[in-house]
Design a protein around this ligand. Structure first.
Ligand code: ADP
Ligand code: MG
Length: 256
């Protein structure tokens, strides 16, 4: 893909729950290979925005494109028609998501967690899926945990299984929603290290995080959201060193 074409493009995205508008016109472009870090106070709409990108939430206005596809809708004669569930699932299969609380299947081993969707959705042969899953688990540092159940793993190990599981689908975009927020402090580093390695390998990532050090070191772009709008966006190092908006400055002074 040409670097001129954004891999993800959100145009004036609005999202309400009942009468409460939580996304008030979000426009954002993410180019292939970029790491975008999304920061902001609790309740500012970060998770909602990520969930809109893979159509776990339906937006009320605006458009979201991932690759060449309009998410959730088909345009026909100037009108938008909602995609059928099967088509939504197909789009979603190309977008990996990693959650704060891992969301592993508790009754499946690390390896079974990683191959599950690959076999069911991608319809890969089980043998191929297993070989690839083993390679991915090695890549996230879990070569000796193929047969372990989630309850036998630390939070950091579980989150690395969740990352391997998302990667197994060969997504064009990876979404991370506070992937280290549920971890004990001593386990945060091992997950961030895996994410750094993914970033270096060229995977396009949108990362909601309070880890400002990660944003500064790994992020190509920092986006500060507050109250459903993007207040400030740009080079992470520049924004962290010299925020232009009062709200950004106030937020950063709390998390730094
Ligand atoms: P963040 O991830 O930045 O903390 P969220 O996207 O989770 O923010 O939430 C943004 C706002 O939307 C909050 O006020 C939250 O209470 C509200 N909200 C989120 N999900 C729902 C829902 N399913 N129903 C109603 N309100 C919701
Ligand atoms: Mg959130």
């Amino acid at each position: 893909m040409s670097t001129a074409t954004p891999l993800m493009r959100a145009e004036s995205v609005h999202k309400s729950y009942g009468t409460v508008e939580v996304l008030k016109g979000i426009s954002l472009e993410v180019r292939a290979g970029e790491v975008t870090c999304l920061v902001g106070p609790s309740g500012s709409g970060k998770s909602t925005f990520l969930r809109c990108i893979n159509h776990l939430e339906k937006i009320n206005a605006g458009r979201i494109y991932v690759g060449d596809e309009l998410i959730g809708y088909r345009e026909h004669r100037g009108r938008l028609h909602e995609l059928r569930e099967k088509e939504v699932l197909k789009q979603r299969a190309g977008i990996g998501m990693v959650f704060q609380d891992f969301n592993l299947f508790p009754h499946k081993t690390a390896l079974e967690n990683v191959i599950e969707a690959v076999v069911l959705v991608r319809r890969k042969k089980k043998e191929t899926a297993i070989n690839e899953a083993q390679a991915l688990l090695r890549r996230v540092g879990l070569a000796d945990k193929f047969g372990a159940y989630p309850a036998q793993l630390s939070g950091g190990q579980q989150q690395r299984v969740a990352i391997a599981r998302a990667l197994a689908m060969e997504p064009q975009l990876m979404l991370f929603d506070e992937p280290t927020s549920a971890l004990d402090p001593e386990l945060v580093g091992e997950v961030l290290d895996v994410m750094k390695q993914l970033a270096a390998s060229g995977i396009t990532m949108i990362v909601v995080t309070h880890e400002i050090g990660f944003a500064r070191e790994v992020g190509d772009k920092l986006v500060f959201m507050d109250d459903g709008v993007i207040v400030e966006a740009g080079d992470p190092r520049e924004i962290i060193a010299d925020p232009q908006q009062d709200r950004t400055r106030a937020f950063l002074s709390q998390v730094l």
